[in-house]
Write a protein that binds this ligand. Structure first.
Ligand code: FAD
Length: 536
């Protein structure tokens, strides 16, 4: 049986980075194992295609939270990428890094070596920035980061409205200061989505030392004498063992704690209760979950202001032609083209809310698929950058096919509730600003009769309507489950490298930080672990 140097479990944002970096040394063999399939579908390459991947079992794990106590018992739909590229293949493409104080907080939580000064070089190493060429950006990395292509006058109007409310313009959210309002940068190359499969697997997949296995679900890590020795993989009812000298879980904030628990690594009592033999008692596996909760404001507008009519019916053909022939038009946009980072109160070191704005509005239909609203409308959403609420993700049976139990515990602290209410008030004030007034026909959501001063009513609206920005993190945190080198506590030859290791969710969208942490850990593995593997 082949013995690989490394087995990487999950070809998502982090897994593709590691597969590339570790096989730069042609003497290092890597097996990359992914539960989903290849990323051939146009839905994964045309930026606007992401909405059509929702609840599409071929690309999406289609998770749901448990009924959320502070969201009136609602279950929140959680898409997660299941293909080469993982969630970077179905995400909104926004490129944001977070702020220096995020990484100072990581350090305080035990992540020695992860200060802003130490992580910035790895953000830059990953990045191929097209527009902003200064000391904050990289231009030689594999990850194309480019400005919004489909700029519209309504974007400018919304930005002007935010300026009127005191939020200054910024040219670059990833510059020295995050605060302000402006255009987002996307992980795209010439109007095409640039997932980590495109950025990192594309250049590496021909290497003879890289084996890529798709449609294989890892059922558990095999551990002998407290050492990881391989993984048990399954395809339907067929099972197979893949052996490696070092195993790296890159299965995401849901998949990694799930696999650890299925392997007997987690809270001993919990696992024994499910009939799973305990291999290592690590009670924090699956705990400390964080996510960004969003709440929306939707206004009706004139047809020419909204992209809704351009992306449905016969006009969709014209939009598709624009993308295909010129890489232009509404289909080049991932999620929100413009937004802001701002404050809900004084005395903060960095903004505590993020805003996304899109000149369209969508609905979930009965199957959970996203579709454009029938009428012309535009949407802005707000989320708290650094929520305090923490939840958990745990298996509830020993069956690998059972989705784990996700309890996000959104809004479980007073600060989180207050910040969301203040954020919503700010957003509604922006829509009331004189420059926007002539472009809107009336508020659709929250309903027009909701009084913007009524904090209790706004909180009730948030409870009834809020959903996720899709940023789960921290379920295998540094300092609790892995050490600062991302090695699992008490089990040799086993790492976790993905969004689950972040001690706190970063102040912004989480893809860039996940890629950064994989870049940084690749250097650690190459310098420290790989030489040892070769001696074995
Ligand atoms: C709909 C959506 C929109 C988003 N929008 C943005 C955005 O605009 N900007 C941004 O910065 N972030 C965004 N995010 C978040 C960002 O994409 C994620 O934080 C990031 O991709 C997480 O990377 P990861 O490596 O931790 O996990 P993932 O990229 O999810 O990778 C995990 C991989 O492991 C595989 N896997 C899981 N379990 C197993 C198993 N048992 N066996 C084998 N393989 C397995 C999965 O199939 C997947 O490919 C979004 C996410 C989603 C879902």
């Amino acid at each position: 049986m082949t013995l690989f140097d490394y087995a990487i479990i999950g070809a998502g944002s982090a897994g593709c980075v590691l597969a590339n970096r570790l096989t730069e040394d042609l003497e290092t063999s890597v097996c990359l194992i992914e539960a989903g399939g290849a990323s051939n579908s146009p839905l994964l390459h045309v930026p606007a295609g992401w909405a059509a991947t929702f609840n599409h079992k071929k690309f999406d794990w289609c998770y749901k939270t448990e009924p959320e106590p502070e969201l009136n018992g609602r279950e929140i739909y959680w898409p997660r990428g299941k293909t080469l590229g993982g969630s970077s293949a179905i995400n909104g493409m926004i490129y944001i890094r977070g702020v220096p104080m995020d990484f100072a907080a990581w350090e305080q939580a035990g992540a020695k070596g992860w200060s802003w000064e130490e992580v910035l070089p790895y953000f830059k190493k990953a990045e191929k920035q097209k527009t902003h060429h200064d000391e904050m950006h990289g231009v030689e990395g594999p990850l194309h980061v480019q400005d919004v292509r489909d700029r519209r006058s309504v974007h400018e109007t919304f930005l002007n409205a935010m300026e009127e409310r005191g939020i200054p313009r910024t040219k670059d959210f990833n510059g020295q200061l995050q605060e302000g309002c402006g255009y987002y940068q996307f992980t795209q190359n010439n109007g095409r989505r640039w997932s980590t499969a495109s950025a990192y697997l594309g250049p590496a997949k021909q290497r003879r030392n890289l084996t890529i296995r798709t449609q294989l679900q890892v059922a558990k890590v095999l551990v002998e004498d407290r050492k990881a020795v391989g993984v048990l993989v399954a395809k339907g009812t067929a099972q197979e063992t893949i052996r490696a000298r070092h195993i790296i879980l890159c299965s995401g904030a849901i998949g990694s704690p799930q696999i650890l628990e299925l392997s007997g690594i987690g809270d001993k009592e919990r696992l024994q209760g499910l009939g799973i033999e305990s291999v290592r008692h690590l009670p924090e596996v699956g705990e400390n979950l964080q996510d960004h909760l969003l709440s929306k404001v939707v206004f009706g507008t004139t047809p020419e202001n909204s992209i809704n009519r351009e992306v449905q019916g016969p006009r969709l053909i014209s939009a598709a032609a624009k993308w295909f022939f010129n890489r232009s038009g509404p289909l080049t946009t991932g999620s929100a083209p413009v937004g802001a980072f701002w404050y809900t109160r004084e005395g903060l070191e960095a903004p505590d809310i993020q805003i996304h704005f899109a000149s369209g509005a969508t609905l979930y239909n009965n199957e959970g698929k996203i579709r454009p609203l029938g009428q012309a409308a535009m949407t802005a959403v707000v989320n708290q950058s650094r929520p305090e609420s923490r939840g958990s993700i745990h298996i509830h049976s020993a069956d690998r096919n059972d989705s784990p139990t996700i309890q996000a515990n959104y809004l479980s602290t007073e600060l989180d509730r207050r910040t969301m209410v203040k954020g919503m008030q700010l957003l509604m004030q922006v829509f009331e600003s004189p420059v926007l007034k002539e472009h809107v026909t009336g508020r659709l959501s929250p309903s027009a009769d909701l009084n913007i001063e009524d904090e209790a009513a706004i909180l009730e609206y948030v409870r009834e309507d809020a959903s996720t920005v899709y940023h789960p993190t921290s379920t295998c945190s540094i300092g609790k489950v892995v050490n600062e080198d991302l090695l699992v506590d008490g089990v040799e030859n086993l790492s976790v490298v993905d969004a689950s290791v972040m001690p706190y969710v970063v102040s912004g969208n989480t893809n860039a930080a996940t890629i950064m942490l994989a870049e940084k850990n690749a250097d650690f593995l190459k310098a420290t672990i790989t030489p040892g593997l070769k001696r074995r």
